[in-house]
Ligand binder design. Sequence first.
Ligand code: C2E
Ligand code: MG
Ligand code: MG
Length: 540
Amino acid sequence: MDRRSTLEAARQLASSHLITSCAALAALFVFIPIGQRIVAAMFDQSSTAPIDSQMTVAFLLNIAVILFAWRRSKDLQAALAANEIAQQSAHDNAYIDHVTGLANRRELMRVLSDGALRDKGSTLLLLDLDFFKKVNDLYGHVVGDEVLKHVAKVIRTCAPEGSCCARLGGDEFAVLVPPIDGGLVSESVADIIRSIAEPLTLGTATVHVSASVGISPVEPGMTAEDCLRRSDIAMYSAKRAGRNCRVWFDRQMEQELLARTQLEDEIRNAVEACEFVPFYQPQMDLGTGELTGFEVLARWNSPIKGLLEPSAFMDVAEASGMISELSLSVMVQALTEARDWPGHLKIAVNISPIQFRDPHLAERILKLLTETNFPPSRLEVEITESSFLEDRETALAIVESLKNMGVTISLDDFGTGYASLSQLQSLPFDRIKIDKSFVTSLLSDSQSDAIVSTILSLGRALHLPITAEGIEDAGTKARLSQLGCSDGQGWLFGKAVSGSTVRASLGIPDGASNTEPVEAPETPANERRDRKRRASGGRR
Ligand code: C2E
Ligand code: MG
Ligand code: MG
């Protein structure tokens, strides 16, 4: 029964109760005088006349009415009590989260909409668990629910007295803290974060979760939605700051979010308009000094902003999930362009960890290779260690499929991520690339020198060739050769340049063998563009 129907039932019961009570009262009024007369007639010795039979019937009927009303009143009282219980449970259904017993989103919004409370200066915390999906995937939803219950308990225990604690859905929680000193709010949040980050043993599983918290003061005049949005912005800022931390909202965040949303739209349009193009940076054999191939690096050739490097768009493209379309669109252009370059030159493309969420990634790459007629053995895919963090099984399956096609895999930016040595041994890499941060400081920092020589020994032990990226001068190159590094890449050999510049440097005349038009292979962006063209009657 929902809340509205229980309230309606309660109204009906109450009016029945009133009518019954009135009837009983009326019967009592009649009962008293008739009763008096009958009793007087029964005890009147002087009278020999029989008691009036009509009065006796009226008297008995009166008793029946009173008994009936009493009985009915008892029934109605029981029904009212049952209805009260039903009302409570309907309220619980509507306003309480069943997994955790906390208030739900509706209840929080109701409380937040209370103007009096807002105007007093409360604080709203928004808390999102980090990597909770991994807990569900690894241990199942039963353990997932236990984690949510545990988090709810922590929040209830650590939240300041009088707070309204709610679960908004999924792994998102909120706490509306009554007006207290900001320092105390921070302390409570620190307690919550610390307690949630402690390992939790559930049966045989030891689960690790953490929480990112956004904090925003509730200001007079704000709507409930405004309050939630501000805390949400602060919470995302906490996620970006590395998770497992708290961030207070400030107005600049709102501006940044707006700019980010705009950039997202621009990137989406630019992918559709094929404004992301491949640039190529030479990769060299340090021993022979010969060119071995190129790393493909995306550039945004924007008609408005000019030529932009990945630092201007990569973060937003990754966060918004557009990186897959962007990378595949750059890749297909590179494969088409480099198809007729000398056969010994390899092409290395970058694949972001986000792209590994797509279980069909290997098939998509195979499709591009087939459609562009590019030999898989000439393709190297550069991935970073974090690709294996989120869903190791899927990432491994993708890498295995790529290797089965004949594509080689290199581990990019080695030394900056989380890879343990045992992981390095168990993952099927064909090459390691030392991150440029160690290489650029090789001559000036003895620690970098030590790290680079350790990575090189590791490569030798695992029989993996090593490329050093970020070689900017001859001295660094000489030191790397001395340490036994086989391959290198960096400004010393050349910055990333356009396909036509590469062609010219390779001595391939413009319009030579690569003139045959290659039909644009189907990336999701191409498909959408084609659909648009078809819809507009094929106009370009
Ligand atoms: P990365 O794969 O580590 O690429 C090497 C970066 O180092 C490139 O930056 C390159 O221009 C820069 N670099 C090369 N030589 C030197 C040098 O001697 N000194 C210095 N200081 N830097 C050097 P870029 O082009 O800005 O690319 C940045 C990152 O963006 C790349 O790092 C890669 O992770 C990512 N990226 C680029 N294109 C794509 C793409 O199409 N898809 C994906 N998923 N990621 C891409
Ligand atoms: Mg790379
Ligand atoms: Mg790199």
